[in-house]
Design a binder for this molecule. Structure first.
Ligand code: DGL
Length: 276
């Protein structure tokens, strides 16, 4: 047992700019049901996808510091935009308390490279994630010749965060994001923003049945499990764990939207002030 390892009874902390990370939290709740969870939605600073790399590093640093100080045994960055620029920063901060950080991006790249038949892979993500190039780097590490088509979807996370009204204009916006991926004949599309699995049915319709959609949740939960086990910090008992929610913006709307997305009761959402 590592004496500097965090207390196994602490929760796993998950953060995102809003409700998108709930798609990742859900996978963790299913895969690691005995763990406790603390979820932070930084909705006061939504959208992360329009921020610069420096701003994303700052957000990742602030969120990580807050969650580690509050008490967490593992940090999960459930936001591609934050992970694309802020993963290293978050790791440096958390390492000071012996806490590891797992994040989206690498898991989806590994899955996409493993399942694509044609080697033509699409990435649909926020502007920050596309421009930061983290997926190009992660896919480039996969020991396979891949042709990658990236599409920035600047409005999609915001549409979802508003509760995605299924209007014609939303449908046209989503259709237009899918068009370059269809033209590139990709057979696999990484949903490179944790908000997007919430509109997977619409994306699947515009991309076609043969296209496989890749999300982070399952693989990320498996990585978290490996780390907890190898670090000897898995939950000490086998009873079902608890979860609770923090947000920086509007607890009432976070709760309303989050409940619809997670399809589980959120309980009280605590407002936290993360200004430094
Ligand atoms: N869910 C976030 C992501 O994965 C970003 C949405 C946003 O804040 O722009 O990129």
């Amino acid at each position: 047992v590592n004496p500097s390892a965090p207390d196994p009874s602490l929760p796993i902390a998950v953060f995102d700019s809003g409700v998108g990370g709930l798609t990742v939290l859900h996978e963790c709740l299913v895969s690691l049901p005995e763990e406790d969870y603390l979820y932070l939605g930084d909705d006061a600073r939504f959208p992360y996808g329009a921020k610069s790399d420096a701003e994303l590093r700052e957000c990742s640093e602030r969120n990580t510091r807050y969650l580690v100080d509050r008490g967490a045994k593992l940090i999960v960055i459930a936001c591609n935009s934050a992970a694309s620029a802020g993963l290293e920063t978050a790791r440096e901060i958390a390492a000071g308390s012996g806490v590891e950080v797992v994040a989206v991006i690498e898991p989806e790249a590994e899955i996409a490279a493993a399942i694509t038949d044609s080697g033509r892979v699409g990435v649909l993500a926020t502007r920050a994630t596309v421009e930061g190039g983290a997926y190009l780097r992660a896919l480039g590490r996969q020991h396979r010749e891949l042709t990658v088509t990236q599409v920035a979807a600047p409005d999609l996370a915001a549409i979802i965060q508003r509760g995605f009204p299924f209007s014609e204009s939303v449908v046209e916006t989503v259709r237009s994001y899918c068009a370059p991926l269809r033209r590139a004949y990709v057979d696999t599309v990484i949903l490179g923003c944790t908000h997007y699995p919430l509109v997977a049915p619409m994306l699947q319709r515009f991309l076609g049945r043969q296209v496989r959609l890749v999300t982070a949740g399952h693989a990320l939960a498996a990585t978290a499990q490996r780390l907890l086990e190898s670090g000897g910090i898995a939950a000490p008992d086998t009873e079902e764990g608890s979860y609770r929610f923090l947000c920086t913006g509007n607890p009432a709307s976070f709760r309303e939207l989050g409940t619809r997305f997670l399809q589980l009761p959120l309980g009280d959402v605590e407002l936290v002030d993360l200004r430094t």
